[in-house]
Design a protein around this ligand. Structure first.
Ligand code: PLP
Length: 387
């Protein structure tokens, strides 16, 4: 599959599509309604919740279905801000997704402490204990894996420190769930996720809440999800998400070793064939599907366009190039200069990406470089590298 932007979103697995359609056709009733067909839908819903809880190692009551990670991240910071006094603070890493950073700043204005990033892309926990000396810390939030670089974060270590200090810990596991082993995830006080990063449908996900958080409310207006999140339940979405998760976890061991080897071979060839190429976060443990690569020259938008022309979809990995915001805050946190950031591509493979697909991408990149060099030499005057 020449689609290499799976950290942005993934295609639906066939089993997930089937589960979605089956629930939409046969179990479309409102799961709260008082008749047998609705009760059958409710049974499926409850069964999915139990399966998910068993997968994650937490009680079924801890699983709250919702519309995904942005909703979950907002809900957690808003809930904690309402629960605690005006002195409460939160600790977040500088490399979090904007759906963590923005609600943290909005709900705790001027009361956010930051865990910086090392140049390796790993969050630096050395200041954590110092931050936790303050008795008013309501939450520490560290993502499980970074969406841009794929670098795995020390969330288990962070959880341990928080446990010792009695401070709740949240991890945004959007890029971890469906790609990595799950040990320890069910022990976190809050976990946020979304289904569309592992072959489930868009706008479906769940939050895990700690055993003590009986008062957690993310949306008002009904008793759904035991009062934690009002709104008619999305049975087709949940069935489809669970089908996708079953599929990826049944095959995870094989995926991990095969895909890591394919990705590593791709990186090796790329660095050999295109001298000056640099793998960002290359010295760190990363998601098996992600390559964040600084090309030696030319703006990333030009690379993306030429690869797209050849049938390979990759991303710039920084919001900057999609015209939404400034340069990536993740790269800035890692100390990467904006000139280099403008040459960075994010390649994120699929569970089924074949060796031929990875090799094809490598060949397409070499061809794209030739085309870029030709267009440079045929252009009049010195070439301006636009970033
Ligand atoms: N957190 C991370 C790490 C992500 O990669 C994403 C998706 O890009 C999100 C949160 C937002 O997820 P959703 O699309 O479910 O709102």
């Amino acid at each position: 599959m020449p689609y290499f932007d799976n950290n942005a979103t993934t295609p639906l697995w066939k089993v997930a599509e089937k589960a979605y359609l089956d629930a939409s056709r046969n179990h479309w009733q409102n799961t709260s309604s008082p008749y047998r067909s609705a009760a059958r839908a409710r049974t499926l819903f409850d069964r999915d919740r139990e399966w998910l809880a068993a997968l994650l190692g937490c009680p079924a009551d801890s699983v709250i279905f919702n519309s995904g990670a942005t909703e979950g991240n907002n809900a957690i910071f808003n809930y904690l801000a309402a629960k605690h006094s005006g002195d409460a603070r939160v600790v977040v890493s500088t490399i979090e997704h904007p759906s963590v950073l923005e609600p943290a700043r909005a709900a705790f204005p001027g009361r956010v402490d930051y865990l910086p990033s090392l140049s390796s892309g790993v969050a630096d926990l050395s200041e954590l204990s110092k931050f936790l000396e303050n008795p008013n810390v309501a939450l520490v939030s560290l993502m499980a894996a970074n969406n841009e670089t794929g670098v795995l974060q020390p969330w288990r270590e962070c959880l341990k420190v928080c446990r010792r200090k009695g401070v709740p810990f949240h991890t945004d596991a959007s890029q971890w769930l469906g790609k990595m082993p799950l040990d320890g995830l069910g022990d976190c006080d809050y976990v946020t996720t979304c289904a569309h990063k592992f072959g489930g449908p868009k706008a479906v996900g769940f939050i895990l809440i700690g055993r003590e958080e009986v008062g957690f409310k993310s949306q008002l207006g009904g008793a759904h999800e035991k009062g934690h999140r009002a709104g008619t339940e999305n049975l087709p979405g949940v069935r489809s998400m669970v089908a996708a998760l079953k599929h990826v976890y049944e095959n995870l061991e094989e995926t991990l070793s095969d895909q890591r080897a394919r990705r590593d071979a791709f990186e090796k060839t790329l660095c050999r064939e295109i001298p000056g190429t640099r793998i960002i976060g290359g010295q760190s443990e990363r998601l098996w599907n992600t390559v964040h690569v600084a090309m030696p020259k030319y703006a990333n938008t030009r690379w993306v366009a030429l690869l797209d022309k050849r049938g390979f979809t990759v991303s710039t990995g920084s919001a900057c190039a999609t015209g939404k915001e400034g340069p990536s805050h993740v790269l800035a946190a890692m100390g990467i200069e904006s000139e280099e950031a403008g040459r960075i591509l994010r390649v994120s493979g699929h569970w089924d990406s074949s060796s031929a697909a990875w090799n094809g991408l490598g060949a397409a990149m070499a061809e794209a470089l030739e085309e870029l060099n030709r267009s440079k030499s045929s252009a009049e005057g010195p070439m301006v590298i636009s970033i």
